[in-house]
Ligand binder design. Structure first.
Ligand SMILES: C[S@@+](CC[C@H](N)C(=O)[O-])C[C@H]1O[C@@H](n2cnc3c(N)ncnc32)[C@H](O)[C@@H]1O
Length: 193
């Protein structure tokens, strides 16, 4: 279902997002059509999942698909990802934040639109629980390298091995790029705050 805060200018309480705030909350930034999030929500019924997506058509598609599956543990917030991270989400509310195949903005004049920046890291650490995880994938090598340099120089984040045993479905874009034989770059960080 779509999640629309009653007040966009006050920090939310976790219980305002889902009625069972003791459950782990995972956030997917730029969730697109939501296959990844829906798959996770089906696989982990005792966790809650919040997608953030700026395009209304995609938000509606995720909501329709989630309703078809009867999922009570998935909601989608229609906003620019940086706004809830910086202003809206409660401190230390999320066990994992996913950023999967974000728009790479390849033209130099658009690089400032890229999501991963020092400000992003500050907000990420604010939102993550202590020991919470940030999972990042992209097919864009140059964006990956730039992001890794920002993430690795942020003292509250520590890179950790991607755990191949944990259930982590492919996203829609990942399937597309994998079919085309593109290399997928990925990284996992833990917050030590
Ligand atoms: C390349 S698609 C990837 C979608 C999905 N994560 C996947 O891997 O299949 C990027 C998605 O992020 C959304 N998006 C891009 N920038 C965003 C932002 N600043 N805030 C929220 N959504 C954003 C786009 O609308 C699009 O749905």
């Amino acid at each position: 279902m779509q999640f629309s805060p009653s007040d966009y200018f006050t920090k939310l309480k976790k219980a305002e997002i889902f009625p069972d705030p003791e459950r782990p909350l995972e956030i997917d930034l730029g969730c697109g059509d939501g296959s990844f999030l829906i798959d996770l929500a089906v696989h982990f019924p005792s966790k809650n999942f919040l997608g953030v997506e700026r395009l209304l058509g995609r938000v509606r598609r995720v909501c329709r698909r989630s309703q078809k599956e009867g999922l009570q543990n998935l909601k989608v917030l229609r906003l620019e990802s940086s706004y809830p991270l910086e202003w809206l989400l409660p401190d230390h509310c999320a066990s994992r934040v996913h950023l999967l195949f974000p728009d790479p903005w390849p033209k130099k004049k658009h690089h400032k639109r890229r999501l991963v920046s020092e400000e992003f890291c500050t907000s990420l650490v604010r939102v993550l629980e202590p020991n919470g995880e940030f999972l990042f994938k992209t097919d864009h090598q140059e964006y990956f390298e730039e992001s890794m340099s920002v993430l690795n120089s942020f003292p509250s984040l520590k890179e950790t091995r991607w755990d191949p045993d944990s259930y982590y479905p492919q996203t829609d874009f990942e399937k597309l790029w994998a079919e085309q034989g593109k290399i997928i770059y990925y990284a996992r960080f833990k917050s030590n705050q």
